[in-house]
Design a binder for this molecule. Structure first.
Ligand code: NAD
Length: 256
């Protein structure tokens, strides 16, 4: 018996084998979860499908989280197949690379709205569709980063979107607790992924971890996955509205 045996859920955000969502999915499967996956577009489907199949995924569906109709279709299909779900992993974010390159004050109106829509609002939209399927309660996690709380160089508009995401976690948790639905965020240290490649000088963030984080290194997708298992399983049954740090302790030190 694994910690997730008998639980079914949807993983949004696998792009490739470097994705944090992939690290999470592997740990969930290892603990017995039954999984559905979504992918952004046809180009990514080619990458995601074989990965998902290797974890015996029962559903592999397209979903652009910028489109309410696509989100609704995912949950309708899942409801037809499973009737109900126990968890959702939201590991999705996007900002225009051009906006991330510019000084923060030069962020375009459209770029600000896009980052907020895909990286923050999508959690609200996904949660709204998940709630009716969480008939016996459930657990939802999203992924955030320290740039929500501090002005981290080059993180810019994504930091603002992550602040909105973390606040959304608290409001969703407050609303849904009485239904037995928990909502939490994992704030991960920097990890080399496709999304991270859009952040200028990302290497410097990894170097800071190596130099100053109490564990003198950054974290792995597997370590984030282990915390996801805690929050999505009954081990985390008393935890909601939290930002759970998986950052090798970096948050507690002051870097030079
Ligand atoms: P990733 O590129 O592997 O994952 C990002 C995912 O978002 C991709 O699967 C992409 O297809 C998806 N996506 C983007 N726009 C979308 C849309 N409109 N609809 C549906 N999906 C869309 O990178 P990652 O680093 O694994 O990112 C996962 C999450 O972790 C993100 O929220 C990211 O901000 C967060 N995070 C990353 C780090 C890091 O250092 N890599 C640190 C902390 C938090």
């Amino acid at each position: 018996m694994g910690l997730m045996t008998g639980k079914r859920g949807i993983v949004f955000g696998v792009a490739n084998e470097m994705s944090i969502a992939w690290g999470i999915a592997q740990q969930l499967r290892e603990q017995g979860a039954t999984l559905a996956f979504t992918y952004l577009n046809e180009a990514l489907e080619k990458r995601v499908r074989p990965l998902a199949e290797s974890l015996d995924a029962e559903l592999i569906l397209p979903c652009n989280v910028g489109d309410d109709g696509e989100i609704e279709t995912v949950f309708k299909t899942v409801e037809e197949q499973w009737g109900q779900i126990d968890f959702v992993v939201h590991a999705v974010a996007f900002a225009d690379r051009e906006d991330l390159k510019r000084p923060f004050s030069q962020t375009s109106r459209a770029g600000f709205a896009l980052a907020m829509d895909i990286s923050a609002y999508s959690l609200v939209a996904v949660t709204r569709c998940a709630v009716p399927l969480m008939k016996d309660g459930g657990s939802i996690i999203t992924l955030t980063y320290l740039g929500s709380q501090r002005a981290v160089p080059n993180y810019n508009v994504m930091g603002v979107a992550k602040a909105a995401l973390e606040s959304s976690v608290r409001y969703l948790a407050a609303e849904l607790g009485e239904k037995g639905i928990r909502v939490n965020a994992i704030s991960a240290g920097p990890i080399r992924t496709l999304a991270a490649s859009g952040i200028a000088n990302f290497r410097a963030k990894i170097k800071l971890m190596d130099d100053y984080a109490p564990l003198r290194r950054t974290v792995t997708q597997t370590e984030v996955g282990n915390s996801a298992v805690y929050l999505l399983s009954d081990l985390g049954s008393g935890v909601t509205g939290e930002v759970h740090l998986v950052d090798a302790g970096f948050n507690v030190v002051v870097s030079a």
